[in-house]
Design a protein. Structure first.
Length: 291
């Protein structure tokens, strides 16, 4: 992270409760080598002990063609081509963590994705997910996706429901019922990434329990953060691969508070500020000496 990015993070940390919430969870659970899937222009700020590569289904030029509305945004670099349901370019048991922020609602086969995440994570590896709460934001007029619907699509295929998913997006999210037929056909032709499924926090936890049974997943819930402040539109779920004999605990912070701040994204900003203050103090001292 360069100085400009550090200043941007410091501003966001000071003014945005979402940044503070995400950092609290990420800094407690993410370390080692991992990936973030579908970061686009909002990659998660990770702690110094974490190294991230970025995965997406298209390279950057392809993403910019797919999302022309984001032409003014800076995208995270795409290091690996893949999708949540197909990470075949990544070896089994090779990752310490996976970040999937506002990704799961875009997946037609979320159970398949969980199985793929389990495959590539090392034993004890961590899956960090943030998902939008249906009651806040663009999905608030849509019905919550029932667990039975997700299980049926996993067993029998999601293709039969695609037209209805796209129509719901056009009518309920974009608010264009008069264009429903034409726009549904256009978005399907583009294979545009919409929110196929919609959750609230408690319903997503029910889905996780059903998915574990359905696909024999060995993923354990280790942390959860519901919406926490007015306007908070997301909940965060952290899973760990493999059952543990003792409760999985957050990363132990052995360094002093001063050292942790120094290594955090705030470090360069604070160091730059201290440098400015030292130079100002030096100039003032010099002025007094010549007076």
């Amino acid at each position: 992270m360069n100085l400009a990015e550090s200043f941007a993070f410091a501003r966001s940390f000071a003014t945005e409760p979402r940044t503070r919430k995400r950092w609290r969870i990420a800094s407690a659970w993410l370390s080692g080598s991992g990936i973030e899937i579908g970061a686009l222009y909002r990659p998660l700020i990770v702690p110094p002990q974490a190294r991230v590569r970025y995965v997406d289904h298209l390279d950057e030029p392809g993403l910019r063609r797919h999302y022309p509305e984001l032409s003014h945004e800076k995208f995270a670099p795409v290091d690996i081509i893949g999708t949540a349901e197909d990470l075949s370019n990544i070896g089994s048991d090779s990752l310490d963590f996976i970040i999937a922020n506002h990704l799961f609602e875009h997946l037609e086969y979320p159970i398949r994705a969980l199985a793929e995440f389990q495959r590539v994570l090392r034993p004890g590896g961590v899956l960090y997910m943030a998902l939008p709460d249906q009651r806040v934001g663009i999905d608030h007029r849509r019905a919550v996706t029932p667990v039975e619907h997700l299980l049926d699509e996993h067993r029998n295929g999601a293709e039969k429901n695609r037209p209805e998913h796209y129509r719901s997006w056009v009518v309920d999210c974009e608010g264009k019922p008069e264009e429903a037929d034409a726009r549904t056909a256009m978005l399907m032709e583009m294979n545009y990434s919409i929110h196929f499924h919609v959750w609230r926090a408690d319903g997503f936890l029910e889905f996780l329990a059903a998915a574990r049974r359905e696909a024999a997943l060995d993923l354990e819930l280790v942390a959860f953060a519901p919406p926490e402040y007015p306007g908070d539109d997301e909940f965060i779920v952290v899973l760990s691969k493999g059952a543990s004999e003792t409760p999985r605990l957050p990363i132990r912070q052995t360094a002093s508070v001063r050292e942790r701040v120094k290594r955090s994204p705030l470090g360069p900003t604070l160091a730059a500020g201290k440098g400015v203050l030292r130079r100002a103090a030096s100039r003032n001292a010099g002025s007094r000496g010549h007076g």
